[in-house]
Design a protein around this ligand. Structure first.
Ligand SMILES: Cc1cc2nc3c(=O)[nH]c(=O)nc-3n(C[C@H](O)[C@H](O)[C@H](O)COP(=O)(O)O)c2cc1C
Length: 279
């Protein structure tokens, strides 16, 4: 591992195999959750372990969340969570969500199953519908990981990244392997952006085009569709901004985000609340 890390990587001998954070690193005090949608502890898990070693070598506390180890029921489709009420299902999803929302960064990982994420990963993502409206990972970076025999790698990575963005995260890397490249270990280059983002103050982050546009969609939904979200967005100080907080956004992106928001605002009608649940 140390041979691949390069000059700026973790110091050689810094604890990849120990599973414990190395004190004094620039990620000391940071907690990163690794959300794993794979049942087997094989390909995807292997990449997660190697990613974890880099994080631990920088001092981060890494918390694996193997979704198969938890009871996660299927979403009932009632949309109560979206309206700000508690989910009626009593299982482990809420505890998992609070571990994710309180972390400093998130890694989302899944093998490709039938061209997409595993059922277990999707089951969990469905349970986080409220986060698409009231994001909880604002200002925190995300890294996505996927493995596949051959197909759908980039679409699966893009899907996982899109989910993290809708949870409010700033995307900071993708790690993917097809069967031919499975032997290739995770490199420092693949985790460097995520580690830098975890170590930086959020004002130095730079949300990409996709994250900025997703923000405009969420903002218009909060303005026009759900009363509860409107209040939340105002309380959080998100309502009249280009992005959730001040950070590095170039003039072209700022202009595009403003134009997209204006267009969406004109297109989306104010929706009566009752229509949402088909009442
Ligand atoms: C049910 C199932 C569905 C799969 N679907 C695909 C697929 O659509 N495309 C593909 O290239 N590989 C597919 N694979 C192969 C896995 O994505 C690949 O072996 C992956 O690396 C397994 O990761 P794991 O070791 O973490 O379980 C599938 C495997 C299984 C078991």
């Amino acid at each position: 591992m140390s041979g691949e890390s390069g000059a700026e990587g973790p110091k050689s001998g810094a604890g990849p195999e120990t599973g414990a954070p190395v004190p004094g690193g620039r990620l000391e005090g940071k907690r990163v959750v690794l959300v794993n949608g794979a049942r087997r502890k094989r390909n995807t898990y292997g990449l997660l372990r190697e990613t974890a070693a880099f994080l631990e070598a920088e001092g981060a506390l890494v918390e694996p969340l193997d979704l198969h180890a938890y009871a996660i029921g299927e979403c009932l489709g009632c949309e109560r969570c979206v309206r700000g009420a508690a989910c009626p299902l009593r299982d482990d999803a809420e505890a998992l969500m609070s571990r994710i929302s309180s972390a400093d960064g998130v890694v989302l990982a899944s093998p490709v199953y039938m061209g997409a994420v595993t059922g277990r990963m999707k089951l969990f993502i469905d349970r986080t519908a409220a986060w698409f409206h009231r994001p909880v990972l604002v200002g925190k970076p995300s890294l996505v990981v996927a493995t596949t025999a051959g197909s759908a790698l980039s679409s699966t990575l893009a899907y996982l990244e899109g989910v993290a963005v809708q949870w409010g995260a700033v995307p900071a890397g993708r790690i993917g392997r097809t069967a031919q490249r499975l032997g290739e270990r995770v490199s420092w280059r693949e985790v460097a952006r995520f580690i830098a983002a975890l170590a930086s103050p959020r004002e130095r982050l730079s949300p990409g085009f996709g994250a900025l546009m997703t923000y405009q969609v969420q903002r218009v939904l909060a303005e026009k569709v759900l009363e509860n979200d409107r209040l939340h967005w105002r309380e959080q100080g998100w309502a009249d901004r280009t992005y959730y907080f001040d950070c590095r956004i170039g003039p072209a992106k700022r202009l595009a985000a403003g134009a997209f928001h204006a267009l969406l605002s004109r297109r989306v009608e104010k929706t009566p609340e009752a229509d949402l649940a088909g009442e």
